[in-house]
Design a protein around this ligand. Sequence first.
Ligand SMILES: [Zn+2]
Length: 413
Amino acid sequence: MTTTLALAGAVLIDGTGADPVSGRVVVVEDGLIREIARTVPEGAEVLDLAGCTLTPGLIDAHTHLGLSTDLQDLVTGQVSAAEIAAAIFGAAERALREGFTTVRDVGGIDIGVVRAIGSGAVRGPRVLTSGPILSQTGGGGHYAPPWEPACNWEARDMPGLLGMSLLADGRDGTRRAAREAFRRGADFLKLMVTGAVLAHGDELDYTQFSVEEIAVAVQEARARNTYATVHAHNNAGIRNALEAGVSCVEHGSRLDERTAAEMRRHGASLVPTLSVTHAIIASPEAVGLPQETAGRAETVLDGMRQAILVAREAGVRIGSGSDLIGPDQSGRGRELVWKAELLGPMDALVAATRTNAEILGLDDEVGTVAPGKSADLAAFDGSPLDDPSIFADPARLRLVVHRGRVVSADRNR
Ligand SMILES: [Zn+2]
């Protein structure tokens, strides 16, 4: 017999940006939101959410579940496959328990992880994955020390579990890497087109890949009805990517007005990632990074805060990603708190729900509370619009529903 759940008594924020409403009952059946009613349907099991705010399940558009161990230990082969798997699945379950019912993973996990979570063998959110990142040799996705032969890099991968990045050079090399990423289960492609905070041999103002190389990846993505997103900090790299047909930019920490206008013209989205930057500044060691990365992260944070305002001014679609790396994958909701400081709590929530769903191409399925959508919901004690810190406080997360099933109903976990 089908169970009908009625989530009643909460103030509802549907994720579209519309004002909160009271007196609605969200009716859940067969994993979907059946209707938004005024009264509890007969025979339904009622979840009383008086005093709570009910929102769509949150979406993190920039995760690295595969990088949830100490990064230096990971790259130097000091962690076993079992420990890596335990960390990945722990991070996935934690994300779900913290209200994130969908994540877009942009590098680190291999397809076995997606299958294990998708089958229900391990608890976790809905996962979309880029598969292995595409990086040029010595680029932002190539974390090896300079004396190590480049041909050794991919030997770190653990098939089915961990796939860091594919080194790709030239049009043919990039095409092959793109096809290989798709063969290994990628839902979309991720390319490093500028230097990175983490990398050994590059600077944030370097560009990586030529326009022609990026365009080949975009072509391969479009051939599969999907898209390519890029890691990019500087404007020259972002403009190369736009010229090549890329539709999404991660980080964008140096985005200026001119490039933001180009993004708008191309209909490209920006996924800023404040959480990781704060975390690295607070303690690079805790993430498993050398001390000098803190300095890079500080310039990135100032720039990124500015970039978010520039993007908003230009009318660029702004999503939300935590980019959490390292062993501490808790407090994913802090991304909304940091964003709320700049955009206000409602826009921070919309970025992490409806807008992220659009960026992921899943807006028919998730991101808003509407009939026919997957029953992915989160309920917070009190009003996160009045106090956005509630988004990051596990003690205030009363309920998580994922695909119509209650994940967690206890107050303190
Ligand atoms: Zn990242």
